[in-house]
Each structure stands twice: as C-alpha cells, then as structure tokens.
Design a protein around this ligand. Structure first.
Ligand SMILES: [Zn+2]
Length: 58
C-alpha cells in the first residue's frame, strides 16, 4: 500500500519493542518522545515499570 498524504491517521496508544528482545517493552527514546509531545500530545505510551506494564501519557 502506497503512502497517501490525504489520508489522516491517528493513534491512541503506541508501544516500542526491539527485535532482539521480543518479550520486552522498551521506552521510546528522547527524540521520539519530543516528536510525540509536539505532534501527538494526547497519545499514550505503553511502558514497563519493573514487573507492571501500564499505559501513560508521554
Ligand atoms: Zn526513538
């Protein structure tokens, strides 16, 4: 499917993972957080806080 700039997409929640750690949720890096704050201030991120996985704002 080709990219179509006329189609608006929105996201409620994101999660970051790494191919070398398939069972682990990782934190978005500083650059990603900055972009999320600027372009999607209401988006939620799924994070792993010790043994608890939770959804929170950037
Ligand atoms: Zn990043």
């Amino acid at each position: 499917m080709a990219w179509n700039p006329n189609i608006h997409r929105s996201f409620d929640t994101i999660v970051a993972v790494h191919k070398d750690f398939p069972n682990k949720v990782i934190e978005p890096c500083g650059n990603c957080r900055q972009l999320l704050i600027e372009y999607c201030p209401d988006i939620k991120v799924i994070l792993n806080d010790y043994d608890n996985i939770g959804k929170m704002l950037v």
